[in-house]
Design a protein. Structure first.
Lengths: 440, 319, 291
């Protein structure tokens, strides 16, 4: 397979061929944070979970928030890439690979946070040795495994064409082992009509599958909370609410990553304002839905004012006032305003909106998990302040940072092997004569 | 190496050696009674024997190897045949003496921070009177904690008792969020219980407590096998706790034996938060015609325990 | 009546005299001796065996803790105590002595028996002692099921100066044994040596309705514990059925719909995965063919 547009190829593969000093610096920085996380984890295993801020009552803290958050990013990536692929959006080409990578990498990072929550890591195999199908955790284990494999297949399918292009490219000098790797990974794809048909059919099916799985799997995660009787969790709306929230965060991350890699790889020619606005509009639409779900959930709780719901909402507006306002007002309204009013619509503002959305959603998860656990049916009557109010310790923050660092590490490693913008998609867009208008 | 370090390293070592290691016999010292082991300088350990004698043995002879055999773990999964255990708590008699808590902690080698039975000060509404409410595990007939357990570490037996197998529990704490009564507690750090070397793990007693696992009231299932009352029931100086078998329609607090159905009828027994649909096995008798006034429950409390009840208003709402 | 001053018949606590304590400290023992507490009971069971039961325990912060392995000696004859025998306390702190049938228990001038128990002291525990005074009573029980319902007919008499004297103006309870204790189900009253007690219709027995009915003077001020037991089918059949194939959320086995749903979903998803993988294999194959 040859590609006519040589500059296209060169632009997208530069990072595979050369490694800058900045790359090493950033990579080293991530590794240090990761190492700090490892130290925190060793400490936690050695001393016990007492080194975290979690106690009876608030038995799940920042870890589970991160778990939901990363899994949400993953499912959002899957949904976005699946939808973009199936509907053949004309502007998808430079964006779709990011979404796919978000999916797979978050999916690799997320489950570690549930491991940090588990008291006896040595007994993890029991999940497979003595499974109980009634437990939502078992559903989640099955779902995550299924999802992980599905997402890998989908990512790989979409990479086959690119591997074939890289294998056949003569004018870029890859290291021999890399060329060998591309040869194996390309599965001998030559771009014949039959092969193309086989590949695109498999991709279509997997895209559809991934959308369905993402919805189910994230609902399963929501049900871990929904099936309990806890006020604030026991809600029928939680499945769809979580799915929407996940897409919201995923879209935000997509915008942020687009901007980061656009700068690093000098892809301004390919990822343009148009793409930011398009993804931004997606963010706006989802923000509206997400805000609607949030409002609906809290309104019914507040209006009905069942005792426990009222206690919870009082707590949210007293102890968690600023977090609540940030997550559920600013985190939703600011992205809507920025993207909704054309005057504000530029790349910088859209990225700011995305950052606020992402941060707001993390906090939203925090105030779903923690205040509920601080409001049990029987009042907490304890003399120990840490049993009454949860506050995360440095161990938890270190592991959180390590999770983000590992996300970065994976992203950087992948960029050394596979192109972060799908060359084949770009090529087909070019062939379809859809002009890319570079932003000046 | 200080004694403390020594003890710690021994425990670490034993953890690694694990279950397969046979117990070393402690010649001449007999069985070690409970956790009454004190360390003496010079590699010697003072051990209180079952006969109540204090003997000094070399530390090497003392290995608190915890044997985990499956035999008792399997029998513990089958309940006592044709029984359905229930507890009835007469709120009119509870004076917050907290003896139930002490007896439970002693019997199960729990650290003082773990209360399998807790004493709540409850005031339902602003103008209703406060009362003391002991809360053991309710051993629900529709136990959400059991439903959500991914590995079957916690289970409900045919006789109604819900147990936790500390050697199966992975410590995910889902059961703790599942339980609406906060009846479960987690071992956030090593409970450091010194267990007799010939002790065989039995979920019915749940000794030793294991770090990183969840524990809760077991209705003293080990005692029930010998037709003995749970520790908290025997320890209550007010006779506020009654225990019995629903099939036999009888409950007793160790002093008087009553027909369960009659008591329910005459004193209008109820279950706490029936609306949650968990079907508890613990029934309450309303705090009417009380033997003690509420304030007497505050007397004689330690400063620490007084702190617990400072902020209490209607179901925990701040005053 | 002389016996009225012994108003607690079965339970008597006697704490050790201060002199005894002094005696111990003089022997050079630094360790404080513990003062046990004794409960002493007389029981005449359904086989007309007479049993003396002493329970020795230590009053602690958490109630009474039974003491095992103490020797308890039993005596009779108040004016000139005669040793009867001895027993060692078991794990529940109970020492039991069965009075031989042919033992002639000395009777005082008012027709009472006197028993006395004393636990021996060792280097940890002090002595403890208790006494009990009872009048021998003969209790008979018959069960009668007629049109008027189930009746327990109890007859009791004592022997005074060689003559049968029917028991009168005394309460008696009818019990059924339960897991931890005896449950009183009905109360009767003796008139001219006979008490007719109605047995309730709703007492649960075993799964076939078998039940043991006990007529018993329980801790009676004059007679101590005297009982008669009869096994009958007067209980209502009661059992706690747990079907073995029970499937719910909380059992080990999941409800069928759950397994079916999960299987269908997984089969659907993994089927598509297999399809995608087959596609990849086919891509690989076409290349080989081309070569």
């Amino acid at each position: 397979m040859e590609i006519r547009n040589k500059s296209l190829l060169k632009d997208f593969t530069s990072e595979i061929v050369t490694t800058s000093r900045k790359w090493y610096l950033l990579f080293g920085f991530f590794v240090i944070i990761w190492a700090l996380g490892v130290y925190a984890l060793v400490l936690q295993i050695d001393k016990g979970h007492v080194v975290t801020g979690m106690r009876d009552n608030v038995v799940w803290g920042v870890y589970i928030v991160n778990f939901i958050f990363f899994m949400g990013l993953s499912y959002a990536g899957a949904l976005i890439s699946g939808v973009l692929h199936l509907f053949k959006s004309p502007w998808r080409a430079p964006v779709i690979r990011f979404a796919e990578l978000i999916t797979v990498i978050s999916l690799c990072v997320g489950p570690f946070f549930i491991f940090f929550c588990i008291g006896r890591l040595d007994r993890l195999p029991f999940l497979f040795a003595y499974p109980r199908i009634q437990s939502p955790i078992t559903w989640d284990v099955i779902a995550i495994c299924t999802d992980l494999i599905g997402c890998f297949i989908f990512l790989y399918l979409s990479l086959i064409e690119d591997f074939a292009i890289l294998r056949d490219t003569k004018d870029i000098s890859f290291k021999p082992w890399k060329r060998k790797l591309y040869e194996v990974l390309a599965l001998g794809y030559q771009g014949t009509e039959k092969q193309y048909k086989l590949l695109s059919r498999a991709k279509n099916i997997m895209a559809a599958m991934i959308i369905a799985i993402a919805i189910i799997v994230y609902s399963v995660l929501a049900w871990i909370f929904g099936v309990t009787l806890q006020p604030g969790w026991h809600s029928t709306i939680f499945g769809p609410y979580f799915v929407i929230a996940a897409v919201f965060s995923g879209t935000g991350l997509l915008i942020i990553l687009m901007q980061i890699f656009r700068k690093i790889y000098r892809l301004e020619k390919y990822i343009t304002k148009k793409h930011f606005v398009n993804v931004g509009v997606l963010l706006l639409i989802i923000a509206a839905f997400y805000g609607y779900f949030t409002f609906s959930d809290y309104l019914t709780k507040w209006y009905g004012s069942v005792k426990m719901d009222k206690l919870l909402i009082d707590k949210l507006f007293e102890d968690y006032y600023f977090l609540f306002i940030f997550a559920n007002y600013l985190g939703i309204l600011i992205p809507i305003i920025i993207v909704g009013i054309p005057k504000f619509r530029n790349i910088r503002n859209i990225v700011i909106a995305a950052v606020i959305a992402l941060l707001g959603l993390w906090i939203n998860r925090y105030i779903i998990v923690v205040p509920t656990l601080e409001t049990p049916f029987l009042p907490i009557q304890d003399y120990r302040p840490d049993f009454i109010k949860y506050s995360p310790t440095w161990v938890e923050w270190a592991l959180t940072a390590a999770g983000v660092a590992v996300f970065g590490i994976f992203m950087m490693l992948v960029s050394k092997i596979a192109p972060l913008v799908s060359i084949s998609e770009m090529k087909s867009t070019e062939n379809n004569k859809i002009t890319l208008t570079p932003e000046v | 190496m200080s004694d403390h370090d020594n003890k710690k390293s021994r425990r670490k070592f034993l953890k690694n050696v694990g279950a397969g290691l046979g117990a070393l016999s402690l010649s001449g010292a007999g069985a070690i009674a409970g956790n009454k082991i004190t360390e003496a300088p010079g590699g010697k350990v003072k051990v209180l024997t079952a006969e109540g004698k204090l003997v000094e043995v070399s530390r090497d002879a003392l290995k608190d190897v915890k044997r985990v055999t499956n035999e008792k773990r399997e029998t513990a999964r089958e309940g006592l045949p044709n029984r359905k255990f229930i507890m009835v708590i007469d709120l009119a008699k509870c004076a917050n003496a907290r003896k139930c808590i002490d007896a439970c902690q002693e019997g199960h080698m729990l650290p003082k921070t773990h209360e399998w039975i807790q004493l709540y000060s409850i005031q339902e509404a602003e103008h209703t009177a406060p009362y003391w409410m002991p809360r053991p595990c309710f051993h629900c007939d529709n136990p959400l904690c059991v439903s959500v357990c991914p590995v079957g570490a916690t289970y409900k037996r045919d006789d109604g008792i819900v147990l936790v197998d500390s050697n199966r529990c992975i410590g995910c704490k889902f059961c703790m969020t599942g339980c609406p009564y906060s009846a479960r507690s987690f071992h956030w750090k090593d409970p450091e219980a010194e267990v007799p070397e010939d002790h065989v793990y039995d979920p019915e007693l749940n000794i030793p407590p294991v770090e990183g696992t969840v524990g809760k009231c077991v209705f003293c299932a080990d005692k029930l096998r010998n037709n003995e009352l749970p520790r908290c029931v025997s320890a209550c100086p007010m006779g506020a706790l009654y225990f019995g078998d629903m099939v036999e329609d009888a409950i007793t607090n160790g002093q008087e034996t009553l027909r369960f159905s009659r008591v329910m009828e005459e004193k209008h027994g109820y279950r706490y938060m029936e609306e949650l649909g968990t079907h508890p096995s613990v029934y309450y008798l309303p705090p009417v015609d009380r033997l003690f006034d509420y304030d007497s429950g505050m007397e004689g409390l330690s400063e620490q325990d007084k702190k617990r009840y400072k902020k209490t208003g209607p179901r925990g709402k701040k005053k | 009546m002389k016996k009225l001053f012994i108003n607690i018949i079965t339970v008597l606590i006697l704490f050790t005299a201060a002199a005894l304590e002094q005696g111990h400290s003089q022997t050079g023992k630094e360790q404080e001796v513990l003062v046990p507490y004794m409960e002493f009971k007389y029981l005449k069971n359904t086989d007309n065996q007479r049993i003396l039961e002493a329970k020795v325990s230590l009053p602690g912060d958490l109630g009474l803790e039974p003491i095992e392995g103490l020797t308890v000696k039993f005596f009779t004859n108040m004016d000139n105590p005669v040793p009867m025998g001895e027993a060692i306390t078991d794990s529940k702190g109970i020492a039991k002595y069965i009075i031989p049938d042919d033992y002639a228990i000395p009777v005082d001038e008012e027709g009472y028996w006197w028993f006395y128990a004393e636990s021996e002291a060792d280097d940890k525990y002090d002595i403890s002692m208790a006494e009990v005074t009872v009048r021998d009573v003969t209790l008979d029980m018959a069960l009668n099921e007629g049109e008027e319902g189930k009746k327990v007919i109890l007859k009791a008499y004592t022997i005074v100066d060689g003559e049968k004297v029917p028991v009168s103006d005394e309460d008696i309870f009818v019990y059924v044994p339960r897991m931890f204790s005896l449950l009183p189900v009905a109360e009767g009253y003796f008139i001219d040596g006979v008490a007719e007690v109605e047995f309730p219709e709703d007492v649960p027995g075993d799964d076939e309705g078998n039940i043991t009915v006990i007529g018993r003077f329980n801790d009676h001020w004059q007679y101590g514990n005297v009982e008669q037991r009869v096994a009958t089918k007067w209980g209502i059949p009661a059992s706690h059925e747990v079907a073995e194939t029970h499937r719910t959320l909380w059992t080990q086995i999941a409800p069928r719909w759950m397994i079916v749903t999960l299987t269908i979903m997984l089969a659907g998803v993994w089927g598509h995965y297999v399809f995608a993988i087959i596609s990849m294999v086919r891509i690989k194959r076409t290349t080989k063919k081309m070569k």
